[in-house]
Design a protein around this ligand. Structure first.
Ligand code: ATP
Ligand code: MG
Length: 444
């Protein structure tokens, strides 16, 4: 992409309304524009990021055997009357009436709708196990929308639902989700810690929230430092191996890690003192086993192998896709701007031409751009007629992890400069070497 032809409305001033770094930087980098309280347009750069996050979520869900689909944003109130949640949900639900006086709502979540789909089309244990998910816009009329896309009213979420015959099967689904979520966040370059969460009126301990540590997080978190060192890395994961998945869940849930809602001082005190950590975190996902809470009142049953008709065991699992955009920046930025992890970066590499209009510089930049594109990468070439300082500032602000700088002096000796946004370190090399290096970083 040529920057001169792109739409990147970068702001010079720091927007006064933004209280946290991610909100500030998303506005300044021209990624989002507020359309209403807690409602945002995703401008081209922000949209690229959102799509990258979404792609990773899709890939990891499907790797775990979960099946993508799409449900509408508008739902019929009648379904929610069946579960009893139409009245229980309160003012966070946006309620709408159509021209025929039918009650609708903008979905805040989809347990009722998915349960209805299941009961309409599945009736036997042979249809199980089943996990369906979608990534769709949600609306929750939050009292205090804030921090940009991190607490929006309209937000983009992956929500998945498992249907199982027995409690044991549902636990296997729970473990599978735990592992697939860990992989998802790790691929994005994020450390998200599963923490025992409050299951509210439903009871049981089978719910975990995934928290990214950040000073600006809304939850207070308490954890054993040992958990922060855990990594899945590139270990092979077999999603059919129940014992293996359970072992990973144990590994991640044995060290103490809880939010303020479930925190237990006496258990916390048992952690060696030098490993006790109190911090803040951003909730980027939650997994939940809730048994027959919806299947029973809504009649989502199957006939078991013995012919008996039983309600299915269910759980629901969410990832805050649009919130992740903010959480990623909270965890990856400095004074100058964003620092994208390679896994999600909206463009793989920036190309800065220090002397636009100079024949050699222009030709070298075009060549590098084409070579990176031929490797399947998306470079962003700053071909504007701007001073070097302004070009560097834009690149630092929008946070592309790698930058190739092309200038007349370097080119005379056949060199360009490759710079890491994260470390700030630059290295001189031939254009070919820079292309190969960037390709190798992305496995291209
Ligand atoms: P919170 O406690 O932050 O209000 P929640 O527990 O109500 O969130 P869930 O129902 O668990 O949210 O939704 C799944 C995920 O969707 C959350 O983990 C979070 O990442 C994301 N999410 C929830 N509410 C919002 C929101 N208002 N704006 C952006 N993302 C959200
Ligand atoms: Mg939650």
């Amino acid at each position: 992409m040529r920057l001169s032809r792109y739409f990147l409305p970068v702001l010079k001033e720091t927007p006064a309304e933004a209280q946290v770094a991610s909100h500030r930087l998303m506005l300044r980098a021209g990624m989002i524009k507020q359309a209403g309280a807690g409602i945002y347009s995703w401008l081209p750069l922000g949209y690229r990021l959102l799509r990258n996050i979404e792609r990773i979520v899709h890939e990891e869900q499907q790797r775990a055997g979960h099946i993508p689909m799409l449900m509408p944003t508008l739902q019929s109130a009648d379904l929610w009357r069946e579960s009893g949640r139409y009245d229980a949900y309160g003012p966070e639900m946006l309620r709408i009436r159509d021209r025929h006086e039918r009650d609708l709502l903008y979905g805040p979540t989809n347990e009722e709708m998915i349960t209805d789909i299941f009961r309409s089309h599945a009736s036997s244990y042979r249809d199980l196990p089943l996990t369906l998910y979608h990534i769709q816009w949600k609306f929750r009329d939050e009292v205090r929308p804030r921090f940009g896309v991190m607490r929006g009213r309209e937000f983009y979420m992956k929500d998945g639902y498992n249907f199982d015959l027995t409690y044991e099967d549902a636990m296997a689904a729970y473990d599978r989700h735990m592992v697939s979520y860990l992989r998802t966040y790790e691929r994005m370059g994020l450390k998200a810690i599963p923490m025992r969460a409050d299951s509210g009126p439903i009871g049981g301990d089978d719910t975990h929230e995934f928290l990214v540590l950040a000073e600006t997080g809304e939850s207070e978190v308490f954890y054993d430092a040992a958990i922060a060192d855990l990594r899945l890395g590139d270990r092979a994961i077999d999603y059919d191996d129940r014992a293996g998945l359970r072992a990973i869940r144990e590994e991640w849930t044995t060290p103490y890690a809880r939010t303020d809602e479930t925190h237990d001082e006496s258990l916390f005190a048992q952690i060696p003192e030098d490993r006790q950590r109190v911090s803040r975190g951003i909730e980027v996902g939650q997994i939940f086993y809730f048994g027959t809470k919806y299947s029973e009142p809504m009649g989502a049953t199957v006939s078991g192998p013995d012919g008996q008709v039983v309600p299915v065991h269910m759980g629901s699992h969410g990832i805050g896709v649009s919130r992740l955009a903010g959480a990623l920046i909270e965890a990856n930025h400095d004074e100058a701007g964003i620092i994208w992890p390679e896994g999600v970066t909206p463009f793989h590499c920036g190309i800065v031409n220090l002397r636009q209009g100079d024949g050699d510089c222009d030709a070298a930049c075009t060549r590098i751009e084409a070579a990176l594109a031929a490797k399947g990468l998306d470079p962003l070439y700053d071909d504007r007629d701007e001073r070097a300082g302004a070009k560097f500032a834009t690149m630092d602000l929008i946070g592309l992890p790698w930058r190739i700088t092309v200038g007349p002096r370097g080119l005379k000796s056949g060199k360009v400069e490759l710079t890491s946004r994260r470390t700030g370190e630059s290295e001189e090399m031939s254009p070919e070497a820079a292309i190969d290096r960037v390709g190798a970083i992305y496995g291209a």
